[in-house]
Design a protein around this ligand. Sequence first.
Ligand code: ADP
Ligand code: MG
Length: 408
Amino acid sequence: MSLIVQKFGGTSLSDDHSRSHVLRHIVREQQAGNGIVVVVSAMGRRGEPYATDSLLELVSSRGKYDLHAREKDLLISCGEVISAAVLCGLLNAQGIASVVLTGGQAGIITNARFGAARIERIVPDAIIQHVAEGRVVIVTGFQGMTEQGDITTLGRGGSDTSATALGAALEASVVDIYTDVDGILTADPRWVSDARPLSVVSYEEICNMAHNGAKVIHPRAVEIAMRASIPVRVRSTFSEGEGTLVTRSEKIRSNGQWSDRTVTGLAHVRGISQIAVGNPQVSADLQSRIFRAMASHGISVDFINVIPTGVHYTVSQPDTELAVQLLRDLGYKPIIRMDCAKVSIIGGGMNEEPGVMAGIVETLTNLGIPILQSADSNTTIWVLIPESELAVAMQALHRTFELHLTYD
Ligand code: ADP
Ligand code: MG
């Protein structure tokens, strides 16, 4: 019997209507003869009663609560427990035998980094037993358990990670990530109105998109699936579409699906500050002093550009004040540009096709949008632009690379 992992996100579980769609997908795959493991997120989004953010708000009054990381994890792990129990009740009422396992009961063992725990191993015996006995197994996403039995959570997007980690441990035939869009789109639909779903992307492409701001699936989840070579599909809870298949790049290339695809998609990150430290403040160890100071204060830096006369790099907006303070403490006078955005142009077929950078520069220059910094790899070109120009830049680049047309 082949085994399928199905993960349902918050909006897919938020009310009776959406849960009826969830049931439909479970029933369809079960009737096709598959063993089913369902991974659930907490119901709904911020503002809705059982969403993770709503649970956090319960203890958010400053000075009134002092909840330690361990107990905070206990609190926020409840969202998934609630949605799993509700779904279990619905399935049983339909005559579909199901059982709920918490992360710990499902054998997901993590380290003790509360709030951002890493999965160390999975002992899936209980899941295998229940599936063999014909039950749909519902696992609470986003959580695990330490060796000592403490409940941990995996950080934002953690249910995606639960799903692919279980898929890998169970050698599932596929991990289906059900969400509120028709798959992985060529760009965030909230920013590019003619973004369209892709039928296939490589692990590397979606990993790049996710690392660069596309929140449709967590990059760690993709990395786990890639390492285990488990296919992932990102698809809609609310339609019958096949969604986007995430698979190995060699497979896509050998199918000829990259033949006319130079750029696969765009992603973006907002709220970035550009920092320049330059002449006449140069000293021999300028770079190492700066980056050591940033690293020792947990500030992650990006777009690092070291030239003989100085250093340019970016930090996220919330880190800016501390970064500037650290630089001043070192005796530098940094120049700061706030409100920047990073646009990433991503494509596994990019390195075979010259002229992508030229297309980007031309598009932005014609619109009078300054490129504040750029960088590139085999499969991605990044440009830093003023955030105020983001929507125009994304729409235009999307058109330049004809991402609004259907190739596949
Ligand atoms: P879930 O609750 O199901 O996990 P998420 O909000 O985490 O859902 O992810 C789905 C959302 O990701 C979509 O509603 C969409 O707004 C956003 N998104 C951003 N970039 C993309 C992209 N390239 N393709 C698809 N969705 C994207
Ligand atoms: Mg998500």
